[in-house]
Design a protein around this ligand. Structure first.
Ligand code: AMP
Length: 614
């Protein structure tokens, strides 16, 4: 093995096998002039395509990798001029049909890194799927499928299909029957199709595991291995993961054949582009604080993260009554509406999205300038994921975390995880809110004055009214303008005069609790009996068991999905014939508990209860 620097300026390293360059593979780099050209089913392409292809003489940075002129044209249409470091490193390997392990996060261009060579190497007239991409969530599966369609050299004619749970089975089966080249799916749904024989695996020549660590985290790793075991022996395998836990390394060793290894470290500069702050606050004041922040911080697009579906709904309702353009994304939102919501967020018709962690996983919208962690995330990885929804595509972003006094100790863990301090921020007081309101009103007035009015006839009428009122009431110009602007802004007071004592209370209480926490911590340090992991867990009973063919991974996956808990925070699982016992962290919030009761595993409601309450 030999390690080379891919690019002097980048933080990318490749580890490629020096032998076996001509690994047996039945495809060679080619321009694939005669690929299958078919309609793309289901979702619409949402990437930014330029209106027309600029056929200038400028050489594309994508030349020299063996891509056909048609593919190069489409790359250009997507506005890509230069390959990103991971693309530069991955293209030559993948075009040779070599297996590859890539350590890279979203935002590095990893999707195109595998999608472009795969599209280039697709065979013509294959009635069976040639490529399978496994992704942890339906959101990511859809995005990856969209990317494939965007890059597809024969515009919309290579068949790409996304298959994921929660979507209609029949539609997916029909699309598979018509013939698909690339299937992008979540592990569970892919497994279902394979078991039913609706996804023909015999023609699969390439498999991509995207965000493998996320699949591990969500408890899907057994399903992934099951799928891998079904694949033909001769195939190319590509694995992308943001981190490399030992389980993923093991998977890579077992299934990949002498892979090239590429590591792209996130630029420190990019991480620093996100300004992170926290606000000390009691639960009862969160909604008021949120409204104040939204009044003062004029961000382009905002995501508010809440812990449960119920909370997302109540936040959205409150913000809507304040006149904000807001939408909700939670597990109850049907797939089609979800896609519409993301599109509306993208094009600015919705400015604030209130979401749960699971629903917002993988969400990639460039115009998000502010992320508000209304509820504390379950763990530091969820926090990193949340704040990563902003500061995308090289832009800067801000993240604010609401921290109740009881949650204060999590802050340090988060700071360690992101490698930078999260500064305390004060809740905007009345004077700050008012300053912002006045400035906004002034801006509206300036815009209106600059825009004027279109129709002369209307201008005449308005001026006539003003003149008549001025004369009838004997008003000077100032009085008249005041009346006009009052009419425009309505009767709501422009100045906030509400009670603001709570802003200080929260701050002071936080400091008192801080001191108390310090005392408790120092007592704990002196304690010779540290709390064991088991002590932090509580036993629950769920009403699915062996008779329902449930496996631990089904339970971990469902609970992790619903609560955002990491797989490793879930303790022992014992499966009995009619029910199962599962250890979960103590102190599960009541609303999550309620939501979990209704979660279905193996088509049965969990009906979760504390084990000792039965
Ligand atoms: P990904 O890491 O695959 O999630 O990609 C992150 C973003 O980068 C997506 O919006 C891509 O469309 C964009 N992108 C990928 N490759 C390039 C490139 N070579 N030049 C410009 N943008 C790119």
């Amino acid at each position: 093995m030999e390690t080379t620097k891919a690019n002097e300026d980048s933080t990318c390293s490749i580890n490629t096998p020096t032998s076996d360059l001509n690994k047996s593979h039945d495809e060679k780099i080619s321009n694939s002039k005669d690929q299958v050209i078919q309609d793309s089913p289901e979702e619409k392409v949402t990437h930014n395509k330029q209106d027309s292809f600029d056929n200038s003489d400028k050489k594309s940075g994508f030349e020299g990798f063996g891509f056909s002129s048609e593919l190069l044209k489409n790359i250009d249409k997507n506005g890509y001029k230069e390959p990103t470091p991971i693309q530069k490193a991955a293209f030559p390997e993948l075009m040779l049909g070599r297996d590859l392990v890539g350590q890279a996060q979203t935002g590095t261009g990893k999707t195109a890194a595998f999608a472009l060579p795969i599209l280039e190497r697709l065979k013509e007239n294959s009635k069976r799927p040639q490529v399978l991409v496994l992704a942890p969530t339906r959101e990511l599966a859809m995005q990856v499928a969209d990317s494939f369609r965007c890059y597809s050299a024969r515009d919309q004619k290579q068949k790409i299909l996304a298959v994921y749970g929660g979507a209609d089975f029949r539609t997916q089966i029909n699309a598979l029957k018509r013939g698909v080249d690339v299937v992008v799916g979540t592990p569970g749904r892919v497994m279902d199709h394979m078991r039913q024989g609706t996804l023909n695996k015999d023609g699969l020549k390439c498999l991509v595991l995207d965000e493998a660590d996320e699949m591990l985290r969500m408890g899907f790793i057994d399903d992934v291995e099951w799928v891998l075991d079904q694949l033909p022996k001769e195939r190319q395998m590509v694995l992308f993961s943001a981190t490399m836990p030992s389980e993923i390394r093991r998977l890579s060793k077992r299934y990949l054949n002498n892979p090239a290894e590429i590591t792209i470290k996130a630029h420190q500069k990019e991480a620093c582009l996100i300004k992170q702050q926290y606000i000390a606050i009691h639960n009862s004041h969160k909604i008021d604080a949120l409204k104040r922040i939204l009044e003062v911080m004029s961000s382009e697009g905002v995501i508010v993260f809440a812990r449960t579906k119920m909370i997302t709904l109540s936040i959205a309702q409150s913000l809507e009554t304040e006149g904000h353009a807001v939408a909700v994304l939670n597990g109850d939102v049907p797939q089609t509406q979800r896609e519409r919501t993301i599109e509306r967020l993208r094009n600015g018709r919705v400015n604030i999205l209130v979401a749960t962690d699971v629903a917002a996983r993988g969400l990639d919208v460039d115009r998000i300038g502010l992320v508000i962690n209304y509820d504390m995330p379950f763990d530091s990885e969820a926090y990193v994921h949340r704040i990563g929804r902003t500061g995308r595509a090289g832009r800067s972003g801000e993240a604010i975390l609401f921290v109740s006094p009881r949650e204060k100790h999590f802050l340090r863990t988060l700071e360690r995880k992101v490698g930078q301090p999260i500064e305390q921020m004060v809740i905007p007081d009345n004077s700050l809110v008012n300053k912002s309101r006045v400035a906004k009103l002034k801006k509206r007035l300036i815009t209106a004055a600059a825009a004027g009015r279109e129709h002369e006839e209307e201008i005449d009428i308005l001026q006539q009214i003003l003149k008549e009122v001025q004369e009838e009431l004997n008003l000077d110009q100032g009085q008249l303008s005041l009346a006009a602007i009052s009419l425009a802004i309505g009767t709501n007071p422009i100045l906030e005069r509400g009670d603001e004592s709570w802003l200080q209370q929260a701050f002071q209480k936080h400091r008192r609790d801080d001191r108390r926490d310090k005392r408790i911590n120092s007592r704990r340090r002196n304690d010779s009996n540290p709390t064991s992991h088991e002590d932090q867990l509580e036993r629950f009973r769920v009403e699915v068991g062996h008779r329902d063919h449930v496996k631990p991974s089904n339970l971990v996956g469902a609970i992790a999905n619903e609560t955002g808990l990491k797989g490793r925070m879930i303790g022992r699982i014992q499966i009995f014939d009619q029910y199962s016992l599962i250890d979960l962290p103590r102190g599960m919030p009541e609303n999550i508990f309620k939501d979990l009761k209704k979660v279905r595993v193996m088509n049965k409601e969990l009906q979760i209860n504390r084990a000792n309450s039965k």
